[in-house]
Design a protein around this ligand. Sequence first.
Ligand code: UD1
Length: 343
Amino acid sequence: MSKVLVTGGCGYIGSHTIVDLIENGFEVISIDNLSNSSEDALLGIEKITGKKIHNYRVDLADRTRTFDIFEEHQDIKGIIHFAALKAVGESVEQPLRYFHNNLAGMINVLMAMNTFEVNNLIFSSSCSVYGNADHLPVTEETPLKEAESPYARTKQMCEQIIEDTLHRYTSLNAIMLRYFNPAGAHESALIGESPINIANNLVPVITETAIGKRESMTVFGDDYPTRDGSCIRDYIHVMDLANAHTKALTYLLEGNNKLNTEIFNIGIGEGVSVLEAVQAFEKVTGQPLNYEIGPRRPGDVIAIYANKNKTEQSLGWTPQRNIEDIMRTAWEWEQKRTGATIG
Ligand code: UD1
């Protein structure tokens, strides 16, 4: 049983990935400072898998305490590094907090890998590194444009830090997974997205509106040059995304990588507009959504979706779920965590 260190294991994508790792025979430990998460997620994981996960409440910017964990666990075979701040708008307001947190954590993870000879890293990157791409869908070879926010810049910078570091330390291997828009929840509704800070992402905004936590929601712009005027994204179910991490780690552990840094897009390969997402929610849940059309949100790219051919061919990964599965599971999770049943 290979031991994996998951940073940000109490967070949204981290917790779902731990479930998938356990179901595929991995042993997991977590480091999470709980700045935007709670250890309640670990209880959900235990109910689903029967396994208790230990979380070290440590900030990765604290190198001494981070290294202590590696000292204690000499048998870590791989790291999945999720821990980071991720709100685009907040990053514009607080750029230094974003640069400090996301870069210091990344650098300390790489230093620990080099010091303790942990050779395999999966890094949470983002499609935001592409900026406003000239051609869609984007492939991993699509040139990166100017980052639209400090958040996106931290993802570009982390990718470069990994590349430069692994160029020097060639026994280390890394895969950067460029996520498109993760959404949805585990089928059991025992874990899901539960940010401590206010939700900004479309799917939690939709479910919070439908359940009455918000009076209404705003569709940010219907005058974009797209099929219905609203922005287009590639929404990927969080359990499909979780499984991409397990497959990527297995690929590295089996030595199947051709280079010591490789990049893969993780999306379903189809664009869905904001208005189509709203319609999908209303269709699968039967809940009418109180929304209005508002102005464009600064920093939004117009349209982006993935070419996933390389990921499918190399990792043998294919997404199994669509936007309707996302809305159904997100809604079940919203009702469960709110303690309400509607419809
Ligand atoms: C961005 C990043 C993504 C990152 C995520 C983290 C890009 C292309 N993507 O996603 O990589 O993981 O932030 O938070 O930069 N919307 C509304 N009303 C709302 C909320 C959202 O209309 O109340 C619209 C947005 O304008 C956008 C779409 O829904 O068109 C998706 O927005 P959101 O869920 O916030 O994700 P991104 O900004 O696409």
